[in-house]
Design a protein around this ligand. Structure first.
Ligand code: HEM
Length: 367
């Protein structure tokens, strides 16, 4: 029997395509056009995507003790605790009624991290990981994503009523598919995401990062009973356009609900053919490499939504996979495109709102 070992990171695992700069420029144009359309309409600039947030949280990330050498890498090389900031979101440029149910994002910013940084992030002290509640990205590469984004841009700020109607039709269809024992990925991708509690969801980075000597995708999975009880649980959105946020705020306002705890898990790349770096639409088989816990994220009772937090976190911060240690360099074409896209979106917000974005102050000074 041959024992499989994790792939060793080398820069040539990434394969840059000649037309990437053109695709990236078009992505930035499209994202900014969406952000500008919305800013002209509302008078305030928001993120080009993931504009609506459902909770702004502070927590603590504890790196586990006794990790084996292949997992004790980068930020996870030694046990320790870090303050963290979380932002829950949904993807569009518009802040739609929650009945237009959509995938959920969870952005995690780990504060006061030491070590060598990726280029462009030398001045920062944070490690950001961004997650969505599905294992793969909707397109294999940035070019594929640009096509859907252009379609989305053409509908931005048009016919929210129609989107709501479309979404409820899709949800109905999704429920019908589930009733006969299936789950339709196509319907989910089209916006028929079930109206479930985001705190019960499992989140994925979908695309890989360098993991010290290796390469990995990450997952954030709910583990405390208070969270696992919410898995798949519907939320009441009747007459509540911001019902998802209401549910998150209610959970963290209840001091007796018990701590919210997630495991941060790592799936090491064992085979670059079956676990590709450049194709973001391929799910890495867990049979080849399961997700294994490397840290625990704990979020206690708190006010998950306040004016001070909106100013400091929603408006004042940018979550960006390129706020990173060199040991967790984002990898693959989608990640390379994100490098220019996130910076452009954050710069637009800062300029239009007259408030440049900054990486956070020491954790103790956050509201
Ligand atoms: C080429 C592909 C992608 C592009 C161009 C893109 C672009 C963007 C942009 C411009 C923002 C707003 C940044 C800001 O204003 O601060 C954003 C936010 C976000 N993206 Fe992406 N993205 C891509 C892929 C992904 C993938 C694969 C994930 C999966 C995990 C993801 C998850 C998120 C999340 C969770 C946020 C919200 C961050 C926050 O709360 O501030 N994105 N994206």
């Amino acid at each position: 029997m041959t024992l499989q070992t994790p792939v060793l990171y080398t820069p040539d695992l990434e394969v840059v395509q000649p037309d990437e700069p053109e695709t990236q420029a078009q992505l930035v144009d499209t994202l900014l056009s969406m952000a500008k359309t919305m800013a002209d309409h509302t008078g305030h600039a928001e993120r080009g995507v993931h504009a609506k947030s459902h909770g702004l949280l502070r927590g603590e990330l504890r790196v586990l003790d006794g990790l084996p050498p292949s997992l004790a890498q980068g930020l996870f090389a030694a046990p320790g605790s870090y303050a963290a900031v979380l932002r829950l979101s949904t993807p569009p440029a518009e802040k739609l009624d929650d009945r237009v149910s959509l995938p959920r994002g969870l952005a995690l910013k780990i504060l006061d991290v030491g070590g060598e940084r990726v280029e462009g992030s030398e001045q920062d002290h944070t490690q950001d990981f961004l997650f969505v509640d599905g294992p793969t990205f909707s397109a294999p590469d940035a070019k594929g994503f640009l096509k859907s984004l252009k379609l989305l841009a053409s509908t931005t700020d048009h016919a929210p009523g129609l989107k709501k109607a479309l979404s409820s039709v899709l949800q109905g269809a999704e429920k019908a598919v589930e009733a006969v024992g299936g789950k339709s990925a196509t319907l989910v991708a089209l916006g028929g995401h079930p109206e479930t509690h985001p705190l019960g969801a499992t989140f994925f980075t979908e695309v890989p990062v360098r993991y010290g000597a290796h390469v990995a995708k990450l997952q954030l999975a709910p583990v405390s009973p208070a969270l696992t009880a919410l898995a798949g649980r519907p939320i009441d959105l009747d007459g509540k356009p911001d019902g998802t946020r209401d549910a998150v705020v209610a959970f963290f306002a209840d001091a007796g609900a018990g701590p919210a705890e997630w495991e941060l898990r790592v799936q090491l790349c064992m085979d670059v053919e079956k676990m590709p770096i450049e194709d973001a639409s391929v799910e890495w088989p867990e049979a080849l490499s399961p997700f294994v816990a490397v840290a625990r994220l704990t979020v206690g009772p708190q006010d998950a939504w306040s004016d001070a937090r909106v100013r400091e976190i929603d408006e004042g911060m940018a979550f960006n996979p390129w706020h990173a240690l060199a040991a967790h360099r984002p990898l693959g074409g989608v990640m390379r495109a994100r490098r220019v896209a996130y910076a452009a979106s954050a710069a637009f917000r800062g300029k239009r709102n007259g408030c440049p974005l900054h990486e956070p102050r020491p954790a103790g000074e956050l509201p």
